[in-house]
Design a protein around this ligand. Sequence first.
Ligand SMILES: O=C(O)c1cc(=O)[nH]c(=O)n1[C@@H]1O[C@H](COP(=O)(O)O)[C@@H](O)[C@H]1O
Length: 234
Amino acid sequence: MTRTTGLIAALDTQSPQQAQAWAKAVGPSAGAVKLGMEFAYAAGFQAVADVAGTTPLFLDLKLHDIPNTVGAAIRALSYLRPKMLTVHASGGRAMMEAARKARDDAFPANDRPALLAVTVLTSLDDAALAETGVGDGARAQVLRLGKLAMQSGMDGLVCSAHEIAPLRDSLGDAPLLVTPGIRPAGSQAGDQKRVMTPAEARNAGADWIVVGRPITQAENPAAAAAAILAELTA
Ligand SMILES: O=C(O)c1cc(=O)[nH]c(=O)n1[C@@H]1O[C@H](COP(=O)(O)O)[C@@H](O)[C@H]1O
């Protein structure tokens, strides 16, 4: 199957002006902008709507609560018309099924966001995961949660690019695989542990890569985003 890999720019800031400026800068290169809890908590949800404007919105709130609360949250945010939404797969089957039902009820059939289940955060390595009680490593846990998420009606998974090959072997082509933890060669990993370059993630079969600081902290964010897109399409 031929797959194209798109770029999602993570606009992690508390400033609406900064987010607007970055959204404009990455517009020509990014297929969507991702706004998450830092921006929404600091600037409010009207600012989320304003920044997204006509750019497809990945609303990354990583919902993780009891089924009733997660379902109600999705109904409440439907006015923002996101194209992608995140929940934590570790919330379990009933929570993800409630998310799916709320999404299907609250959005028109032709304008539904993809529900993405976050498997194991890319900031966790095997040792950090072991401290949470998961002793057999990130790959095994991503596969377990990925399978559960797809059985629970999710459209795709957030994982690191390292898990794409085993996920495709186990779950096939259907899941939308979205991979943060992307670092162009030579850039700082920071708090990310399971990282790959844009080209490596594309070669592994990512549908979307998510890139934040390598773009937003670059001297020229527009040029940094364009360079990543060029690497993806080379
Ligand atoms: O759900 C996410 O988007 C996410 C999941 C994950 O496992 N790791 C991860 O880094 N992210 C998000 O992806 C973005 C990565 O940002 P940078 O590390 O700056 O490129 C941040 O906005 C994170 O919140």
